[in-house]
Every structure is written in C-alpha cells, then in structure tokens.
Design a protein around this ligand. Structure first.
Ligand code: SF4
Length: 286
C-alpha cells in the first residue's frame, strides 16, 4: 500500500483516532454518544480506488482490521475503559487488609509490599512505584498507575503528564512536590500503559488504602477516572464527578481530570484549575 494512497491515509486517520480515544480515556471519558446508523444505497458505495471522501466502506474495513490488530497486540481490549465502575471498584482482599493491620508507617508498608507478586502486573514491571512526598502532607494526589518513565525511575508522575502535574503544584498551587504526597491506584506499570484490570486494582488497593490511613491528608485529589472511581466506589463518569466535593472515609476528596488528558485537551486545564482552587480554599491557601 503506497504511503500516500487513500488506504494509507485512512489507516493514519484511524491510528490518530485510536490515540485520541486513549487520551480521552486517560482523562476519564467513558465513551461516545451513539448516532443513528446510516445505510448507504448500493449506488453510492465507492469502488476500491475512489477518492478519500468516497471511501466510507474502505474506512470501515481499515477500522475493523486495525481493531483486530489492536486486539491481537494488546492484553486488554480497546473498549476496556467502557467497563463499569462496579468492575473497577471490585472489593479489596480482606486477607491483605488483615496482614496490613499492624503497619503504622510508610516504611513499614513498603517493607510489607516487598517484591510484590500479588497480581500479574509484577511480571513486566521494572520497579514498584510506591509513592513519593511528604508523609505529613495536607494534600495527596492519586493517579492511575505508573507509565514508562515512572517504571524506569521508580517515582510517580515524572513523565510528560507528571511534568504538567508538577507545574500545577509549583506554578499554580505555589507549593513544591515535596510538600504533597503523590501515589497511584496500582504500583506497577500495566504493559503498554493499558488500563489496570479490576482484579489488579483489587489486589493493590489495600496498599493505597494503608497509605491514606497513614498519611491522613486533609484533601485527596483524585486524578482521572480510575482514582476517583476506585476510591469512591462510584461509577459516575469523571466528567460528572469532577469539581464536586466527595468524601473518602471522612477525608475530603476532589475528583479532577488526569494530566495525561490535559496534554491533549489543554482547553480543559481551566476546569482542573477551578478544582485546584477549591482545594486551595479548603486548606486556607487561597
Ligand atoms: S500492582 Fe500492586 S498488587 Fe500488583 S504486583 Fe504491583 S504492587 Fe503487587
């Protein structure tokens, strides 16, 4: 297939759409509104080498082929983010919670996690990304899971999305990363940055719950769908949750959009800034 052929251009468009959908997903968008299907009369169906605007049938073929390839390559289906929050909020393992009952410090918790093999995310991780920051923080940011850079460096939010979060903290909040605490729902990188599966979240959630219990921040900022829905056990889309105060075991929780989403949708930074200002007002810094 020539690089500038209609088929190649359609394939590029399809790849771009897929990448865009992943970014929306990272920001918590649950899906797309459905539209009535359109049936083209046979006379309007294009022949195989007609121009791009007439190649609707070809684009469908490319989409199906591309989705099939993704399904073969990716451990999780591309529609995994459409799974209900009740899946994402699978119950945590009681045995794990019991084993953490005597843990009182973050260092003890890290020791307890050890070289964790409690879920399949251990298989391809480089490092367990435990969390970083002030153990007495007033504000705790919680994201979804480590990405490539985080897995390499062992610290949460150090890739491109992390740099944006750092700007929010330093330039927006006039604080340092070391003033807050930053952690994720799962501590090991899902392969190819796929979404964490419900059983993986359930396996790792007791560690996050213990971090929250030990740090006991005044405010939790849940970044994106997985953090918000895991902590709140609420399947409401993040686009509707964001900006409204919630409660996690008596701790005030502000759901907002994930920085990875903002990288592709910078116009929505203003929404996150509104959420951050509400947090700053809550702790008396605005
Ligand atoms: S993601 Fe959590 S539960 Fe799974 S292996 Fe890593 S530390 Fe253990």
């Amino acid at each position: 297939m020539a690089a500038d052929s209609p088929h190649a251009r359609l394939a590029q468009i399809t790849h771009s759409l897929y990448a865009y959908a992943k970014e929306l997903q990272a920001g918590g968008v649950e899906g797309f509104p459905s539209a009535p299907s359109v049936t083209l009369p046979p006379s309007s169906m294009p022949s195989s080498d007609q121009d791009l605007s007439g190649s609707i049938a070809d684009s469908r073929v490319e989409m199906v082929e591309y989705q099939s390839q993704q399904a073969a390559d990716a451990p999780a289906p591309t529609t995994a983010f459409l799974a209900s929050a009740s899946d994402a909020a699978a119950p945590t393992a009681p045995a794990e919670e019991a084993s953490l009952a005597g843990v009182q410090t973050l260092a003890e918790l890290r020791t307890e996690i050890g070289d964790c093999q409690r879920c399949r995310l251990c298989e391809r991780r480089n490092t367990i990304v435990f969390g970083v920051g002030n153990p007495d923080a007033e504000i705790m940011f919680i994201g979804e899971g480590p990405g490539y850079e985080e897995d390499k460096q062992g610290e949460p939010f150090v890739g491109r999305a992390g740099q944006l979060l750092t700007q929010i903290i330093t330039k927006g909040m006039q604080m340092q990363r070391s003033d807050v605490y930053i952690a994720n729902v799962v501590k090991c990188r899902p392969p190819e940055n796929r979404n964490p599966e419900p059983d993986e979240i359930a396996a790792c959630e007791p560690f996050l719950a213990k971090q929250l219990e030990i740090i006991r921040p005044r405010v939790i900022i849940a970044l994106g769908k997985f953090a918000a829905q895991t902590l709140l056990k609420d399947k409401t889309p993040i686009t509707r949750l964001r900006g409204k105060w919630q409660s996690y075991h008596g701790i005030k929780l502000m759901p907002t959009l994930h920085p990875a989403y903002l990288l592709r949708n910078p116009k929505d930074k203003r929404l996150v800034w509104e959420d951050i200002k509400a947090v700053l007002r809550e702790i008396g810094r605005l």
